[in-house]
Design a protein around this ligand. Structure first.
Ligand code: FHN
Length: 433
C-alpha cells in the first residue's frame, strides 16, 4: 500500500519535469560543485553479490546466468568481516575526500534496505544489515562525503527493458514495463536521498546499454529534477560516455583522463563542468580473485596528479571481498597514497589545472598566484615553461624550499634544476605576479 501511494505521489511530482534546457543549478549545487572540484580524490567501491563469484561485476551477463538461480546467491551472502568504520578509516588514510558506493549495480541487487524490492541486503540475505546505512553513518561520523552509484540497467527485474547486455539471464519479456521500472528507480532514489543523510552525488551508469536504440527515452529530466529537489546540493553524474546533458553537474570519464581516449570510452568533448575520471586499482571493478595486478603506488599517484593537472578528480576503484574486507593490497596502496598526500596535498587539493597545459613531462596545478609544476617524467635538468605573458617572482622545490634558478626568454621561462628528477613527482612551486 505504502509503495503504491508513494509511486502515485512520485508520478505526480514527475508529471511536470523540469525541462533540460531550463536547468539552473541552485546556489547549493554550485557550492557542491566547488567542493567537489577542490576534493580531487575519491574512492569507488563496487560491491554486490557478484563479489561471491569473484570474477568481476559482469559475471551474470557474461555467463548468461539465469536470474532466478543468480538470486540464490543472496541466501549465502554473509560478509562477516564487514566493518564500515575500518573501510572509512582506510579510505580516509589515502587522502581521499569522498567515497562512491554501488547502491545497486547491473545485477539488480540492492545493497541497501529498500521498500520497493525484497531483493536487497537486509531482506534477502542472512546478514540482514543495511551496509549502506552503516557506511553512510560512518562517512558522516568520520567526515568524508558519500556518493552513490546507481545503475540504469537491471539484469534481474522483469520490468527492466532489455538493452544490449543481460539478454541471456532468462527474464521473459524483452519489452519490460518502462513505467513500472522508472517508478521503481525513482522510488529507490527517493529512499537513497531521504534515509542516508547528505549525499554528495548520484552516479548513474548504463545509459549506453540502449545505444542500439537511440530513440530510447530514459526520462532523465524527471529523474534529475527529483534528485535536485530532494537534495539541491547533490550532484548528478552520468557515465554515459557522451558530452554532458542538461541537468548534470559533473562530467565523467572512464579509464581515461579528460581529453584522452586509450580505452575507447572517451571520445566526447571535455565540458566546463567539474571533471572526474574513474579508474581501477587492479584491472576490474568488482572483486576478481585472480586479478592481483595492482597498479603500483607510483602509477596511482602519478595518475592522480595526471587528473589534477587536467583539472579533474580521480575516482579510484576497489572491489571489496565477499567476506566484507577490502583487499589487503588495496589497503596498502591507500596508505601509500596517503603518505604522499600528507606531503604534497597542498599542491593537489583545492587547485585547478594550471596555466601551463599538461605535457608528456607532467603538468601544472594552480591556486591563486601559486603555480605548482609537477614533474613526473623528465630526462633533463632543464624544463621550459611557456609562460611568456606571466612574471615569475620566485621558484623553489616544494619539498625543502630550496630555490630553483630560472632563465627568461621571449617565449617563457626555463627552470634549471639541480639534477634530473627521479621522484614520483618533483614539485616546483612558482610564485607568479
Ligand atoms: O558496466 C559498468 C562497469 O561494471 C563499471 O561499473 C564501470 C565503472 O565506470 N561502468 C560501466 C561500464 O562503463
Amino acid at each position: 500500500m505504502r509503495t503504491k501511494l508513494f509511486s502515485l505521489l512520485l508520478a505526480g511530482c514527475l508529471a511536470f519535469p523540469v525541462q533540460a534546457q531550463q536547468y539552473q543549478p541552485s546556489e547549493e549545487n554550485l557550492k557542491s560543485r566547488q567542493e567537489f572540484r577542490d576534493a580531487k580524490f575519491g574512492i569507488f567501491l563496487h560491491w554486490g553479490l557478484y563479489a561471491m563469484l569473484a570474477t568481476g561485476e559482469w559475471t551474470m551477463t557474461n555467463k548468461n546466468l539465469n536470474y532466478k538461480e543468480y538470486a540464490k546467491l543472496a541466501g549465502g551472502f554473509y560478509p562477516s568481516r564487514f566493518d564500515a568504520a575500518r573501510w572509512v578509516a582506510s579510505i580516509k588514510a589515502s587522502g581521499a575526500k569522498y567515497i562512491c558506493f554501488t547502491s545497486r549495480h547491473h545485477e539488480g541487487f540492492s545493497m541497501f534496505h529498500t521498500d520497493y524490492s525484497d531483493y536487497n541486503i537486509v531482506d534477502a540475505t542472512p546478514f540482514k544489515r543495511d551496509v549502506l546505512k552503516e557506511l553512510a553513518d560512518e562517512c558522516h561520523k568520520q567526515g568524508i562525503r558519500l556518493h552513490l552509484y546507481y545503475s540504469h540497467i537491471d539484469w534481474y527485474r522483469e520490468d527492466a527493458v532489455w538493452g544490449r547486455t543481460g539478454r541471456g539471464t532468462g527474464r521473459p519479456n524483452p519489452q519490460g514495463d518502462w513505467d513500472s521500472y522508472y517508478a521503481f528507480m525513482n522510488n529507490q532514489l527517493t529512499e537513497l536521498l531521504t534515509n542516508y543523510g547528505p549525499i554528495g552525488a548520484i552516479w548513474f551508469d548504463g545509459l549506453w546499454d540502449q545505444d542500439g536504440n537511440p530513440d530510447f527515452d530514459w526520462q532523465l529530466d524527471g529523474q534529475y529534477a527529483l534528485i535536485h529537489r530532494l537534495q539541491p546540493g547533490c550532484l548528478v553524474a552520468n557515465n554515459h560516455h557522451l558530452t554532458p546533458f542538461a541537468g548534470e553537474d559533473i562530467q565523467i570519464f572512464e579509464r581515461d583522463l579528460p581529453g584522452e581516449n586509450t580505452a575507447g570510452l572517451s571520445g566526447q568533448d571535455v565540458s566546463d563542468l567539474p571533471l572526474e575520471t574513474c579508474q581501477t586499482m587492479n584491472g576490474m571493478w568488482g572483486y576478481k580473485i585472480d586479478d592481483q595486478n595492482y597498479k603500483s603506488a607510483k602509477e596511482l599517484i602519478q595518475y592522480l596528479v595526471g587528473a589534477a593537472v587536467k583539472d579533474g578528480n580521480l575516482l579510484l576503484n576497489i572491489g571489496p571481498q565477499p567476506d566484507g574486507e577490502l583487499p589487503a593490497t588495496a589497503v596498502q596502496r591507500l596508505a601509500e597514497m596517503g603518505e604522499w598526500m600528507k606531503v604534497y596535498g597542498e599542491t593537489i587539493y583545492g587547485t585547478r589545472g594550471g596555466c601551463v597545459a599538461p605535457h608528456p613531462w607532467g603538468g601544472t596545478t594552480q591556486k591563486g598566484d601559486k603555480l605548482y609544476v609537477h614533474i613526473l617524467n623528465l630526462q633533463d635538468k632543464a624544463l621550459f615553461l611557456p609562460l611568456a605573458d606571466r612574471k615569475v617572482k620566485k621558484a623553489s622545490y616544494f619539498v625543502g624550499g630550496k630555490p630553483v634558478k630560472f632563465q627568461k626568454n621571449r617565449e617563457g621561462y626555463t627552470l634549471l634544476l639541480d639534477e634530473v628528477p627521479t621522484d614520483i613527482d618533483t614539485v616546483i612551486e612558482m610564485e607568479l605576479d
